[in-house]
Design a protein around this ligand. Sequence first.
Ligand code: SF4
Length: 386
Amino acid sequence: MSSQTSVSLLPDAIKEVHAFWLAGGSCDGCSIATVGATSPSAENLMLGNIPGIPKIVLHHPVLSVVAGDKFMKPYWDAAAGKLDAPYVVIFEGSLPDENLAKQYGGYWSGMGVKEDENGDPQPVSTADWLFNLSKGAAAVIAVGTCATWGGIPAAAGNPTKATGVMDYLGADFRSALGLPVVNIPGCAPQGDNITETIVAVLLYLHGIGPLPDFDELGRPAWLFNETVHRGCTRAGFYEEGIFAEKHGDKECLVEVGCWGPVVQCNINKRGAVNGMGGCMNVGAPCIGCTMPGFPDAFAPFYKAPPGTAISSNLSRTTGMLIRNLRGITQAFQNRTGRWSKDVPSGWGHVQNPSLAKKITHYFYEKLQFSDSPKPGTGTKRLPKVK
Ligand code: SF4
């Protein structure tokens, strides 16, 4: 889904966009991830420091400095259509079935109160807030795997009958400016994935950028099209068929439970915070936390995925051959042309390549320079060091 439109969907004079953060069945991890974002940072968004997009006025149940009625007023104003600025809704956590909770006289997630038919104050569920605010929102953004697909609260058994935002609002939902739900999965997503997507959506709404490229599940395609494996620093080990046997080993983690070859996520490329960390970078196998099937489809987390039996054994076979050939090449590339015999290293004894390796390398070089001159050929060469 993409477009090159440059027509502003927001009024021209708009200097501020409100962001109403709502939390359902959540651990607040997505909030923590957002405040850790650096590119761009939440602070720069809230200070209006990003050229081309309006300043974001964040209403967040944990981060706000005001509380009580003062905190709730903008929510009520927005729901009543009385807010004097456009707004987006950002939902974190899953949506448990509030009707189920009501049967027991309780609620799962709520914020603010309103009177019931008897005049008694009752909590307003965040599911109700989502329903009421989503109609007038410029965009609805589901943040984290609980909000996108249901996540851990919706795992097998699902006692609260939890769902994600997309399931809750339905396939026909469109925001006031015509967008389906935008999904940024991850448990928690990298903060930069969250803030970068918000910026991309706001640039589009402001008529400065194109409609960002979302995939068929509403994920920012430029962040989620590639697999974890394609960006993994351990992928070279996989290719050469070398696998970790236990946690803490430096090689490819597929045989200790890594699902990276099929999981769509940019964690290895982007890192967790400010380019640092990221699951495999710090030794953890990918357990598929960005995927709609998470967690059930990736359990048990400590076992190699079933497809590994074929794919890693194939890598082992081809990898062994490739690894050995590369070893020969590497042995020669680790020498200068001046070291025809002994290497003058005081650090260790460097063995001269065997006859078999010399023969293999001879033919390798023939191939290498088959259509271009070998450096030094045809020019006067300096005498070799004796
Ligand atoms: Fe691929 Fe996982 Fe191995 Fe990295 S650790 S190379 S993502 S299988």
